[in-house]
Design a protein around this ligand. Structure first.
Ligand SMILES: [Zn+2]
Length: 404
């Protein structure tokens, strides 16, 4: 007798009990709340006959051992930011659980194994190191993170040891070579699907991004006695940059640009700013768009420095290459959405996900479901129950194809 599928909506409620308050959820990495929800997930998976393991990096792996060959994995994360929502990450894990229930109820006999993975600390909210579990899973060197401390002064090493984990063992979590592919469902965290009235997004790629710190140096001087035409006003250069980058981003549909922090020195009502510092974040989901980002920033700043007689110091703060989704998995997901009668469109992801790390090693595909008003990392985060259930059905159908 096949088990009767529970509802995903009930699972979302159940998981939100751990660390939940109102519609908000706080489940930081290596916390009691996260340990408890992983315990609940373990029970659900074991009831379905899966074997559950937790690796040295705290990733939970539920294994449906069947057939032969490399497993297909489905997953996301159950950690949240402080006072986050019920859906970011959790929906990917729970829709994977629901997909397994649907496959079991349909009597599907996979010809290769299926894994459900809940990655540890995707958000990086506690120790400032995002994608911890997925980075460990792909074998990245994380040895310099052990002494990172949270706001209470607890180090990552200590937080892990409180739960019985040994930071020194993290490298043994490297298992990506065993996988044959990875699917992840996630809330969009943006407004596009809702605005277009479309139920399912097929993700084409995850953005690559570059961050810069910029400093314009001019000349501080008296704001009353220095003639306007003789000023070297560093803040005016920064202001011009803000608008020039905004306009460059608006003129194209494949890049975004942002200046998020700005300050002027020495700072006074009556002082012409002699220096201005600001940050720049530029992103693109395509290789072609990504390749234009650094030249765009450098040319824009050099030009404005010349126009305003300023000196420029520009340093790179961070950089991440974009990731293209596997075309064959995009097709499988699209066919699954069509078969479920779900309206769908292809779109890029502006946020990073565990799929970004896994996808540098094995083919990955991602599904988005709509986020109300595009809001995430907030108790306001919401996805219609019908969209959650539909997403799980699309995921189940795609998995059925891949496991056949
Ligand atoms: Zn997430």
């Amino acid at each position: 007798m096949s088990p009767v599928p529970g509802t995903l909506t009930a699972d979302i409620e159940a998981a939100a009990r751990y660390g939940g308050e109102g519609t908000g959820v706080t489940r930081l990495a290596w916390s009691g709340e996260l340990r408890q929800v992983l315990g609940w997930l373990t029970e659900q998976l074991e009831e379905l006959g899966l074997e559950v393991q937790v690796d040295a990096a705290g990733n939970l792996i539920g294994r449906w051992e069947a057939g032969s060959g490399k497993p297909i994995a489905v997953g996301s994360h159950l950690d949240t930011v402080p006072t986050g929502g019920r859906y970011d990450g959790a929906l990917g894990v729970l829709s994977g659980l629901q997909a397994i229930r649907l496959l079991k109820a349909r009597g599907v006999e996979p010809r290769r194994p299926l894994w459900l993975i809940s990655f540890m600390d995707e958000e990086g909210a506690r120790f400032g190191a995002a994608l911890f579990g997925s980075r460990a899973f792909v074998g990245k060197d994380l040895s310099d993170l052990g002494e990172r401390r949270d706001t209470n002064g607890t180090s990552l090493r200590e937080a892990m040891s409180e739960l019985g984990f040994d930071f020194e063992n993290v490298p043994s979590a490297r298992r990506v070579a065993e996988l044959g592919g990875y699917l992840e469902l996630h809330i969009e965290q943006g407004p596009v699907l809702e605005a277009e009235g479309i139920e399912i997004g097929i993700v084409t790629g995850i953005v690559g991004l570059i961050g810069f710190r910029a400093r314009f140096i001019g000349e501080a001087n008296h704001a009353g006695t220095t003639p306007m035409r003789l000023r070297r006003d560093a803040l005016c250069g920064a202001a011009k940059t803000v608008l020039a980058l905004r306009d460059a981003g608006r003129a194209r549909d494949d890049i975004t640009t942002n200046v998020g922090i700005i300050s002027a020195e020495p700072g006074g009502f009556n002082v012409v700013p002699g220096a201005a510092e600001f940050t720049i974040d530029v992103r693109s989901a395509t290789q072609e768009g990504y390749a234009t980002l650094e030249p765009l920033v450098r040319e824009t700043l050099d030009r404005i420095a010349g126009e305003e007689s300023l000196e420029l110091e520009l340093t790179e703060a961070y950089r991440l290459e974009p990731l293209q989704m596997a075309p064959e998995l995009m097709d499988v997901l699209e066919q699954a959405a069509n078969a479920e009668g779900a309206t769908n469109m292809r779109l890029p992801s502006g946020a990073g996900h565990d799929a970004m790390e896994v996808g540098r090693h094995v083919p990955v595909g991602m599904l988005f479901v709509p986020s109300r008003k595009g809001i995430s990392h907030s108790p306001e985060e919401f996805t219609e129950p019908e969209h959650c259930e539909l997403g799980a059905r699309v995921l189940a159908r795609a998995l059925e194809t891949l496991l056949a």
